[in-house]
Design a protein around this ligand. Structure first.
Ligand code: CAA
Ligand code: NAD
Length: 283
């Protein structure tokens, strides 16, 4: 199957990054969000990234304009999904909201259209089960920031066919990503390891063992991480991180108890870089 049109649902942190790499790889991309301000934010981020590439001589202005010309930003779901060969769903990490969107999609997209979800850890099988095409449904888990991070973690659901896996894997490679295929499990492989480590950093912070800066400095200088776990939490989004930890807690029990301090920051609206404040302030 040839993929020409990709529909990306969600223009947030991950949605705009996925839109950008798809457009750079030559696909026509419709990027849909529920409000114009989210679309505007997503397009501003894409333009900033491409503009930086032009400044650094990695891309010409003409090439940037061509890439932007492949993107159709819209709030209209029918317009975005109509004629799509693939829908990449990149909306908030809430099972019921995602299910609602999938239930609508089947009525709009062509019969051959595949569904790729960028969920950080929700059950692929459960999401697929609300669609009219569970065999064409698969997890394609990108990493943040999408244009920079090389990994694509692919996860089959119970009904996903090998053909869908093959197409998703080939597509990931056309985006310049290295693909790993893992079995379905809560938070898959990478976030199962990463997110509890970040959650633990919030316990350490909340218990007053060390300051945020010292925890991060410790993990950067002591463990050679590129940034500390609390700065990484701010990059990921504290709400998204909490959803992942809550999912692990629900599936596996108290071993994955969400840190109270993480919950408190989310309740305070400190969602990380995207909201201007998280563990750190981004004036
Ligand atoms: N979008 C696009 N490009 C970006 C970017 C962004 N948001 N942030 C940084 N970059 C680019 C910069 O332009 C720069 O590119 P050039 O060198 O080509 O100019 C390059 O990345 C390095 O950036 P900086 O020098 O500004 O900063 P840095 O050296 O600290 O690198 C980083 C930034 C790549 C984000 C690095 O800090 C890093 O690797 N952090 C860890 C990221 C990580 O672990 N991501 C996984 C999160 S978990 C996840 O995604 C899964 C989930 O489900 C939650
Ligand atoms: P975000 O909060 O930055 O963006 C989510 C976007 O989804 C928002 O703009 C919101 O308006 C939009 N949205 C909500 N309902 C929608 C709908 N019905 N249709 C279209 N758009 C809708 O979140 P994000 O960080 O981009 O995360 C999106 C998905 O990607 C989540 O499933 C998350 O777990 C996953 N993910 C996130 C990261 C990360 O580091 N942030 C990494 C990998 C995967």
């Amino acid at each position: 199957m040839e993929i020409k049109k990709v529909c990306v649902l969600g223009a947030g942190l991950m949605g705009n990054g996925i839109t950008q790499v798809c457009a750079q790889a030559g696909y026509q991309v419709a990027m849909r969000d529920i409000e114009q301000r989210f679309i505007d934010g997503g397009m501003a981020s894409i333009k900033r990234n491409l503009g930086r590439a032009v400044e650094k001589g990695r891309m010409t202005q003409d090439e940037m304009d061509t890439v932007l010309g492949r993107i159709t930003p819209t709030v209209d779901l029918s317009k975005a999904a109509n004629g799509a060969d693939v829908v990449v769903e990149v909306i908030v990490e809430v099972m019921e909201i995602k299910k609602k969107v999938y239930a609508e999609l089947g009525k709009i997209v062509p019969a051959h259209c595949l569904f790729f979800t960028n969920t950080s850890g929700l059950s692929i099988t459960e999401l697929a089960a609300v669609t009219d095409r569970p065999e064409k449904f698969i997890g394609t888990h990108f990493f943040n920031p999408v244009p920079v991070m090389k990994l694509l973690e692919i996860i089959k659901g119970h009904e996903t066919t090998d053909e869908t896996l093959k197409i998703a894997t080939e597509w990931g490679k056309t985006l310049g990503k290295e693909v790993i295929v893992v079995n379905e499990a809560p938070a898959f492989a990478v976030n199962r390891v990463l997110c509890p480590m970040i959650n633990e950093a919030f316990f350490v912070l909340g218990e007053g063992v060390a300051s945020a800066k010292d925890i991060d400095t410790g993990m950067v200088l002591g463990c050679n991480h590129p940034i500390g776990p609390l700065a990484l939490a701010d990059l990921v989004g504290l709400d998204t991180l909490l959803h992942v930890i809550e999912g692990l807690h629900e599936e596996f029990g108290d071993k994955y108890l969400p840190a109270p301090y993480l919950k408190k920051l989310v309740r305070a609206g400190r969602l990380g870089k995207k909201s201007g404040k998280g563990v750190y302030d981004y004036a």
